[in-house]
Design a protein around this ligand. Structure first.
Ligand code: FE2
Length: 210
């Protein structure tokens, strides 16, 4: 097993530009972005050692590590995309312009909502292509630890109480061990693999990272 470690991608550092100074960008890149990478890698190492038998939703070592790993992981993903979205002005590719016009009426309408999304957010404004509907959405997210960006879900377990309370009451462990895991189907994951070329994609990414 190879434990994934995030890389500090210095090649993504934006050059100073009109409206964003070297001091601002250096502080953001070399301090904040790097800080998320350092902590992500520290958590990856700690996860190997932590006692998974003590998992608990109120407090447990594994919970704290996984919550904070998501925070750092999303932050790294979003920052790495953000640096690339700050590469100087230009028109969107024809396909993007077309779908923005179809879904928002015009490019300017999309831009108005995207800007309002940013001004309403405490964390991020993200324009995304929804893989289920094929539609474009401006996503407001207040923190790094909501959702997981750029990932195709393969297995999903609902841990809200409404998923098990009628059958299991507060016995969440019984729901996991008797209700979900024995009924777990990989058909959904198989559909995802069919929909997206994940195997070739993984091979090419791992080759590039080696
Ligand atoms: Fe940031």
């Amino acid at each position: 097993m190879i434990q994934f470690q995030a890389q500090f991608k210095t090649n993504l550092k934006p050059k100073p530009m009109p409206g964003l100074s070297d001091r601002q960008l250096t502080d953001h890149f070399d301090v904040k972005y790097k800080g998320y990478i350092t902590k992500f890698n520290e958590i990856q190492n700690k996860l190997k050692e932590i006692d998974k038998q003590k998992a608990n939703p109120n407090y447990s070592g594994v919970r704290e590590l996984l919550v904070e790993r998501l925070y750092c992981h999303n932050s790294i993903k979003l920052h790495e995309a953000y640096w690339q979205c700050l590469a100087g002005p230009g028109d969107p590719p024809d396909f993007i312009k077309q779908v923005l016009t179809e879904d928002f009426g015009s490019y300017d309408n999309w831009k108005e909502e995207f800007k309002a999304c940013g001004l309403s957010a405490r964390g991020w404004s993200v324009c995304g292509f929804d893989l289920d509907s094929g539609r474009i959405f401006n996503i407001l997210t207040d923190t790094h630890s909501i959702g997981a960006w750029n990932m195709i879900p393969l297995m999903i377990m609902d841990m809200y109480e409404h998923a098990y309370y009628i059958d299991y009451g507060a016995s969440v462990k019984s729901y996991v061990e008797e209700g979900f895991l024995p009924n777990m189907s990989w058909n959904y994951a198989a559909k995802m693999i069919e929909r997206y070329p994940l195997s070739q994609y993984r091979t090419s990414l791992l080759k590039k990272a080696a």
